[in-house]
Design a protein around this ligand. Sequence first.
Ligand code: KIV
Ligand code: ZN
Length: 392
Amino acid sequence: MSNRDKLVIFDTTLRDGEQSPGATMSVKEKIELALLLEQLNVDVIEAGFAMASEGDFKAVSEVGKVIKNTRVCCLARAKERDIDAAVAALLPAPLKRLHTFIATSDIHMKYKLNMTRNTVLETAVQSVRYARRFVDDVEFSVEDGGRSDPDFLAQVIERVISAGARTINIPDTVGYCVPHSFGQFIGSIIEKVSNADQAIFSVHCHNDLGLATANSLAAIEHGARQVECTINGLGERAGNAALEEIVMAVNTRQDLFPFDIAVDPQHLVALSKKVSQVTGFAVQPNKAIVGRNAFAHEAGIHQDGILKHRETYEIMRAEDVGWYGQQIVLGKHSGRNAFATRMRLLGYEFDSHQQLDQAFAQFKQQADRGERLDDVFLTSLGDALRVPMARV
Ligand code: KIV
Ligand code: ZN
C-alpha cells in the first residue's frame, strides 16, 4: 500500500453544478451522470440537497439505490428538519455521507442569518452531533469560510470535530480569494485547530475571479486533502473548480502534488460531453482538458515540433483523458462500423440508421477532400447533427 497522501475527489456536479441557472437535471439524468461518475471513480458524489425540493430528495434517494461503490452525499443546512430529510434520502445508499453547513463570515451571520457568533457556534455543534446519531460520515462546511475571521473559524472547526465531523470543508463561497493568500489561510487554520489530525480538510472554491482551480491547488499545497469540484466547472454563478483541471494538474505535476487520486481520467471527455448535453451548456472549444481544441495544434511551428517529438508541445496525452484519436485511426477507406465505434468512444450514439448514414456521408466527403478526420472534426460533426450522447 502507498504511504503517500490520498487526495479525495468530491464531485458536486449534481448539487452545486445543478444550481447553475438553467442547469436543472431530471432524476433520470442525475442517475445517468451518477453512474458515469462512479465509473470515473470519484470518491464522493454529492447528489443533491434533499430539503430543497421533492425532486432533489428523490434524486438523492434514487442515486443511492444504483450507486454501489462510491459514497453518496446529501447536503443539509444546520437544521434538524434538513438533516432528517437528508438522512431519509440517504437510506438506500450503501456508502453515505451527510454534509451540513452554516455560514461563519460576519457579513453572512449579520445580514443573512441574523445570528451571533455564539449562536452559530452552538448551532454548528448541535447539528453535527444530531447528524452523527444517524450517519457515521459527517462533513461540516463553514459557508463563506474564505471571508471568515480565522480565529472564529478555528474555534468552530475545533468544536465540530469534537462533535464528530470527519471532513471539514472551507468554501470560498463567493469566489473572492486569491491563490497565495488562500493557501496560507487554509494552512494557518489547520495549524490553529488542535484536533485537526482527526479530520480531513477540504476546500470548495467558486470561480468568480477565474481562480477556483488555482485556489484549490494552493489549498492542497497547504494541507487540504479533499477538493470539491464539478465536471466542466459547472456551478453557481461562474461555477466551481473544474474536476478535470484538478485531476490533470495533480496527475501532470506529481513533482508538486505527490498525491494518490483514484479517478480514472480516461472517462473525463465522455463525462464532460454528457454533462454538456444534459445541461445544454456548451463546452468552450479552448476549455482545458475537455474542450475540443485542448489538444489540437494549428500553428506550423507547433505541428512540426509535435511530429519531431511529442512532448515539445504536449504536457498530457489526449488519449489519457478520453480523446480516442490515436486508437481507432480513421481514413478514406474506413467503414461505417469503425466510424460508429470511434464516435461511440467519443460519447456519441446514433439513434437511427438514417442519422448514421447522414454522418457517415459527411465523414466520407471530408475524407475525399483530404481534410482532417480527427476528434475535433468528429465532435463538431456529432454536435452539428445533434447525435445523442451514449448511455452507460
Ligand atoms: O459554496 C458554498 O459555500 C457551498 C456550500 C454549501 C458547501 O456550496
Ligand atoms: Zn458552492
